[in-house]
Design a protein around this ligand. Structure first.
Ligand SMILES: Cc1cc2nc3c(=O)[nH]c(=O)nc-3n(C[C@H](O)[C@H](O)[C@H](O)COP(=O)(O)OP(=O)(O)OC[C@H]3O[C@@H](n4cnc5c(N)ncnc54)[C@H](O)[C@@H]3O)c2cc1C
Length: 486
């Protein structure tokens, strides 16, 4: 079977399982009240709300699967692991409510036992239930990192979640990178190392890539209407954004959303062009043209920039998407007959200065079999390996795992990875981030509709931007906008 035939076949099989329309089945000349571009959580949530309100909707998805940055992979045991989004935590109420409604239960991420701190070739164990929580006991850096977190939380409290550009210090904060802030506020090697590591773990970008204002806004948004954002929540497992996982894998959520929408979801339909005409929009995809009253573009900003628009978008919106790059991440999962590290009293979490996998988690599924270790390769480390062959990434990652958890890690039963930077329908992950100048110069264009075009996607959310929860929130907001306008 040729690669192309196989891709189409697999796409068809996945689509049939989900009950959605296969590539090529989208009829040219379809019309609907609303067309949604992108079948990630944002687009599917918007489509669900629009359909529930009695309006007709068509979802056009470029890939031959739904879910976007949510991607499951079978483990060969009937269970799945995640190569994209995986965890949820307290205050992420919208994704939690959606999963509950769809009958996808959660379970606690394995977080029992010691974490590993691996620095300068030295391995030490520590408990994450100590006063510094998940911050490793670096002799000089831990205290400094703890103080920095408090200061960042204080500064973040001054940032309006729906308009960071209106913060009193917006100009000063959006004129510098987070690297500059770290250099000013951390004097020790250990402190700087820990803050850089946390930055990479959250954004899959280097501190030099990020606007300070954007980092503060991201912290402010890591909460909900009742609980202010908190950096500790971003980096913690118990009590934080990594606290729970979904039984059977997170991909069950978009799959169930798509199954309920049925043939309203069209796969293999990359959208190339949107024209706004008197009385409606015309959306041209590789699988046909759809006319509608309104369109919701639910794709990451760098992907929205690849669609052509007629008339051209306002300069502010176009320049926003020119400046909004994705992070760089490779996610790896090694499987073992059993989670052997648990017997040693280890939680499977490591924080390390030795790449490529500097942050790890116990990724064992709900029923405990097989054992699975997950590693993130991020920012500069991911960029360095984007073109490397899988054998090299496997070799180097397993070496890391062995340094953290012992030589048994060198002998996995399976090894899988996802390279998000090389995926043309994501162009990197987990989120598009703002370099200096973006929020202040162009921020308001992120959600502002342009005529009949509305914008969704996790990047447009005011809470939990970058996360599944933000994607769901953005889908609700875009649906409300469209339903009001129809
Ligand atoms: C490795 C990794 C780990 C992550 N970990 C977590 C986590 O633990 N917890 C968490 O909450 N979040 C996590 N995230 C982030 C989370 O996946 C995203 O925030 C969320 O899934 C974004 O959803 P979305 O619908 O906004 O965008 P997407 O999922 O990107 O959906 C956009 C869709 O649009 C499609 N598309 C793009 N261009 C076009 C076009 N021209 N025409 C038609 N379709 C198009 C894409 O194929 C895609 O399906 C992680 C992401 C990655 C990659």
């Amino acid at each position: 079977m040729s690669a192309l035939t196989r891709r189409l076949f697999l796409g068809g099989a996945a689509a049939t399982a989900a009950g959605v329309a296969t590539p090529g089945s989208a009829a040219a000349g379809t019309s609907a009240d609303v067309v949604v571009i992108g079948a990630g959580l944002a687009g599917l949530t918007a489509a669900r709300e629009i359909s529930r309100a009695g309006r007709s909707v068509v979802v056009l998805e470029a890939r031959d699967r739904v879910g976007g940055r949510v991607l499951g992979r079978p483990l060969g045991t009937g269970d799945f692991t995640e190569l994209g989004a995986e965890f949820i935590g307290p205050t992420q109420d919208r994704i939690a409510a959606l999963a509950a409604e769809l009958g996808v239960p959660t379970y606690r991420t394995y977080d029992t036992g010691d974490y590993i701190y691996y620095r300068n070739g030295q391995r030490s164990r520590y408990s994450s239930s100590g006063p510094l929580g998940p911050i490793p006991p670096d002799p000089t850096g831990a205290i400094e990192a703890g103080i920095a977190i408090q200061l960042l939380n204080q500064q973040a409290a001054e940032v309006p979640v729906d308009a960071p550009w209106r913060a009193e210090n917006a100009e000063e904060w959006d004129s510098q990178t987070f690297h500059t802030w770290i250099q000013q506020h951390a004097q020790t090697d250990g402190g700087r190392f820990l803050l850089r590591l946390a930055t990479r773990a959250i954004f899959s970008a280097e501190p030099r890539d990020l606007s300070l204002l954007y980092v503060l806004a991201y912290i402010a948004q890591a909460g909900n209407e009742d609980h202010p954002g908190d950096l500790t929540r971003l980096v913690s497992t118990t009590g934080g954004a990594q606290m729970y996982r979904f039984v059977g894998g997170s991909q069950r959520i978009p799959e169930r959303l798509a199954a309920a929408l049925g043939d309203r979801v069209r796969l293999g339909a990359p959208v190339r062009h949107i024209s706004q005409e008197p009385g409606g929009v015309r959306v041209i995809s590789d699988a046909g043209t759809v006319t509608a009253q309104r369109v919701v573009v639910a794709v990451p900003p760098p992907l929205a920039a690849r669609i052509s628009y007629d008339p051209a978008l306002p300069a502010a919106r176009d320049q926003l998407t020119q400046r909004f790059p994705m992070g760089s991440v490779i996610k790896v999962v090694a499987t073992y007959r059993r989670p052997f590290w648990r017997a040693d009293g280890l939680a499977g979490q490591a924080v390390s200065d030795t790449g490529p996998a500097q942050v790890t988690f116990d990724n064992t599924p709900h029923d405990g079999v097989p054992g699975a270790l997950m590693g993130f390769i991020e920012a500069d480390d991911a960029r360095a390996l984007d073109a490397a062959d899988t054998a090299r990434i496997r070799r180097e990652t397993l070496r890391n795992f062995a340094d953290y958890f012992g030589p048994q890690a060198l002998d996995p039963t399976g090894f899988i990875l996802s390279r998000w930077d090389n995926d043309i329908w994501s162009r990197g992950c987990p989120v598009a981030f703002a370099p200096p100048g973006l929020l202040l110069g162009y921020g308001p264009a992120i959600r502002e509709p342009v005529g009949r075009i509305h914008w969704a996607g996790t990047e447009t959310s005011t809470y939990w931007t970058g996360y599944m929860d933000g994607a769901v929130r953005s889908g609700h907001r875009a649906a409300r906008e469209v339903l009001t306008a129809l």
